[in-house]
Design a binder for this molecule. Sequence first.
Ligand code: DAH
Length: 339
Amino acid sequence: MLNALKTIQEQAAQSLAAVSDPKLLEELRVRYLGKKGELTAILKQMGSLSAEERPKVGQLANEVRTAIEQLIDQKAAEIKLAVQQKKLESEHLDVTMPGKAMPLGKAHPLTKVLDEVKEIFLGMGFSIAEGPEVELDYYNFEALNIPKNHPARDTQDTFYISDNVVLRTQTSPVQVRTMEKQKPPIRIIAPGRVYRSDAVDATHSPLFHQIEGLVVDKDVTMADLKGTLEMFVKRLYGEESVVRFRPHHFPFTEPSAELDVQCFSCHGEGCRLCKGEGWIEVLGCGMVHPNVLSICGIDPEEYSGFAFGIGLERIVMRRYNIDDLRLFYENDVRFLDQF
Ligand code: DAH
């Protein structure tokens, strides 16, 4: 019996050494120490032993049980540690690893400068108006004091949808639409796309953008026009900018003018940037023609106003020294990435 006990201990030690799975370990525990286990089976036979042998066998049996229990506890601790280790390894997070780069898009240069322009005028109390790009001849021309056969129509190569419907050649029709539905005081800008049947080259495109402006109220004068637009140019191009108003003609304003800013490069001397002019044209403007006010249902005896039209592409080209307008529409990321 003593030998049998020793054998059990040896076998247990051997099989436990090879175990790495908690389930198997439990099976072994049952096999050696359980109620129907091998050790119990031997202890059950103790009754048949002599009084001399019994304590010896009893003592050894206890030693063997303790030894096996110790081995199992030790193994259980080992397995627990291994499981924990594995879990830690699988959940391991390297906080020093570089992140995945998320390429960020950028605002188009036209959008960027338009946002600036909006910001400047919003700061002066203007709000933003919109109008349709497919426009009635009436709003694009007629109501702006440009009747059929007026020579001004020739300067705007118009896309006609039908006799009465055009792609708007300017944002000025938004002036009319605004005055029709809103009583003075009016102070709006209307940015948007306009269309002209021009061949594409470095300075022409059949689609481009304008920003219309309109102020109508009592006692609005040319001084308000000059002050507002000079302020705009200084905000956009810097306080040191020098402007001049040059007489011009538009059918829907009287008097009319164009605003030039002194060339930033040569300060009026004439250079390559300003094509020898010394001045760079920025926008067209004028006092709203009384005919236009009347057509829109506003009494020109009571109210007066000024209007202006800015070519967005032109001011963006100047801002970033871009010499070819086509770059704006080609969506070449190498170009767009620079802004
Ligand atoms: N609509 C004009 C154009 O496309 C620009 C313009 C000039 C707009 C003078 C105005 C203005 O409102 O007062 O050439």
